[in-house]
Design a protein around this ligand. Sequence first.
Ligand SMILES: O=C(O)CCC(=O)C(=O)O
Length: 306
Amino acid sequence: MSPVSVDDSKLTYLTPSQVSKFYDDGYLVIPQFLDQDEVDKLMKRTQDLLDSFDLEGHPLTKFTTGESEDESKHVGDDYFLNSGDKIRFFMEEDAVGKDGKLNRPKNRAVNKIGHGLYECDAVFREVSPHNPKLKAVARDLKFHKDPAILQSMVICKQPEIGGKVPEHNDSTFLYTDPPSAIGFWFALEACTPTNGALSFLPGSHKTTPISKRFVRLPTGGTGFEQLQEENAPTDDAEYVLETCDAGTLVLIHGSVLHKSEKNLSQATRYAYTFHMIESEPYAKYDEKNWLQPTQEMPFTKLFAQE
Ligand SMILES: O=C(O)CCC(=O)C(=O)O
């Protein structure tokens, strides 16, 4: 899944040094990938979705990364498990009080909107998969032969309560054999040291095997399945914080360790993200993965789109 060499003459969007940096560090920051107009459209659409979704009958499912057994229960319910081809709203943990009610307005309570935006919503569809720049990046990277898009979401990181995302790599959650996930993560607002900018452990994709997988349990719900001995603990000091402006695209190799801290600021930190995996016969998508394609909405093949 890595290019043997970078042929400069074939690149149409990335530079050779950007391609090398992605493969060396396991991530690549591309400033100004989206222009202001594209950012504004995605922000407006996100705000409209937050304003218009109906709380009546909403299960107030909280989103956590499922690190502990107790946390993984939250992400085991049907509202979460059946969200791959829908637009659903997951709450910040700190936005739901002990009485089970929201303790703030709904547009300040949602942790993320997922997971079928890239197909279900016309505005998000324009950015992925119908975006020529995106296809150019995917072709330049040569990471996938036949990339398919899945798992899209807006991560809101609400002021003061926006949950931290602990250290992880994305292939744990979107497992293929061989591992093939890449995250495409777009900042829709400035990401700063206090509102939860991403940070990365450069090069960790080469040294950190996928040691566990996030699966649908046969007994219902979700949990982690250990694949091999847990990797050694990492050193916080080796992490690189990547602050960035709205419009920045960050490419995230499925094996690179990354995280983001709690948003302690007064500002939101909206980001849009989706993932790409290799399709069969080049890689097998695992039937135990939490997110499964449906008959109505199979994963979208990037290069098949006009
Ligand atoms: O947006 C964030 O804070 C975390 C995103 C992330 O870790 C991911 O998409 O894998």
